[in-house]
Design a protein. Structure first.
Length: 321
């Protein structure tokens, strides 16, 4: 029976209706005779009562250790709620913090990194048929205080658990069906990417495509953890993230976008190895590339109101008519 890590984000656990989809995904793994280990994020965004930023707003000017402690509370609430939902459905479950799950970390209070996972208690729960529901985003420092793993840190928790529990897959569930060549909320017709090598995912994440946190992708590369990006709300194959291999396809991976302080957007063309085809795109858009230390990434600045049109131009050869 394989261990499958299932990480659910804030939109997946925020409402009773969305939690029904979470329960369905967990049941599917149990029905397949796998051992799911659940990781949860805090519910919602600033303004929602248990969101990380809402909690931080309660302690303006707090010391780093206090900020980390209150920031971690949203995940604890989510873990309790999801474990209670599972128990109510007749699925034995136990909510665990980073401390009780054995996740140690090192670094600053707001950006620590996992050091190890002491898996004995988790393995005992799995062996006894109890589903662990683990708080994402949390780590225990050497002095036993709580640190957080940076924004997107629940992904980091999931990948760390996958590495130390030797999971078959780490499944990251979002409100998107996988990783697209561009943000589908901006370009709905952007093609899905069925397979991404680790470095391509790291590049996409670092330049603005935050479907998977870039730190998580780096840990997955270092520990050789296979990751799947899936939808909580749909049954689709999603995107698998794993080692590089030559698929005999175009070197072009996709586009990441993030805004800068000037009011424009930074558009990054991500390639697997080298950006051989970028010159024609730059010429077509009449832009110049910004300096880059990565030969597989070409970034240029573009007026924000016109970014969608630029992405459609770049992706035109890859979009099915």
């Amino acid at each position: 029976m394989a261990v499958i890590i299932q990480k659910f984000g804030g939109t997946s656990v925020a409402e009773a209706a969305s939690r029904e989809f979470v329960l369905k995904k967990i049941r599917q793994e149990l029905d397949a005779h796998n051992n799911p280990v659940i990781v949860v994020s805090a519910m919602g965004r600033r303004g929602a009562p248990y969101a990380t930023d809402t909690l931080l707003d309660l302690v303006p000017g707090a010391t780093p250790d206090l900020s980390a402690l209150i920031a971690s509370c949203g995940e604890t609430i989510s873990a309790c709620i999801v474990a209670n939902c599972l128990n109510a459905q007749g699925i034995p479950a136990k909510a665990l913090t980073a401390y009780t799950a054995g996740i140690t970390a090192a670094g600053p209070y707001d950006a620590a990194l996992p050091e190890t996972v002491h898996t004995a208690d988790l393995e005992a729960l799995i062996k006894s048929g109890i589903v662990p529901v683990v708080t994402g985003f949390q780590g225990v420092l050497p002095d036993s205080s709580i640190a957080t793993l940076g924004r997107g840190g629940s992904d980091t928790t999931a990948v760390a658990l996958g590495a130390w529990l030797h999971a078959e897959y780490v499944d990251i569930y979002t409100d998107l069906p996988g990783v697209n060549m561009a943000d589908p909320r901006m370009i709905p017709e952007a093609p899905m990417i069925p397979y991404l090598d680790y470095n391509s995912m790291i590049r996409l994440s670092a330049h603005g495509n935050r479907v998977l946190h870039d730190v998580s992708a780096k840990i997955a590369l270092e520990k050789n953890v296979r990751v799947r990006i899936l939808s909580t709300f749909h049954d689709s194959p999603g995107t698998i993230i794993g080692p590089y291999y030559d698929q005999g396809q175009t070197d072009f991976v996709g586009i990441a976008v993030k805004n800068n302080e000037s009011g424009n957007s930074l558009v990054s063309l991500i390639y697997k190895t080298g950006a051989a085809g970028a010159d024609e795109i730059l010429k077509q858009l009449n832009v110049k590339a910004l300096p880059s230390d990565d030969p597989a990434v070409v970034t240029f600045e573009y007026p924000r109101p016109q970014v969608k049109e630029a992405l459609q131009t770049i992706l035109a050869p890859y979009i099915k008519k």
